[in-house]
Design a protein. Structure first.
Length: 70
């Protein structure tokens, strides 16, 4: 998994059903507020078997699915 802060990139990945150039397929994107920088982040999930349960923590606020591959 990786995390990005670029909404335009998250939108592009979602619009292309999880595909972006030659990168591995993204099966889900989880949007959340990052307590460290106060901004919105997008966690990219590359492994279908590892899609995490969405749980808030002291460091991850307001998590929600932004995209799930169809």
């Amino acid at each position: 998994m990786s995390t990005i802060e670029n909404k335009a990139l998250a939108d592009e990945i979602a619009a292309n059903n999880g595909q972006y150039k030659d990168d591995p397929i993204v099966y889900a994107i989880i949007k959340y507020k990052n307590v460290f920088n106060g901004g919105v982040c997008y966690k990219l999930v590359y492994n279908l078997a590892n899609i995490p349960e969405i749980i808030a923590s002291p460091f991850v606020l307001y998590p929600e699915y932004y995209f799930r591959r169809k």
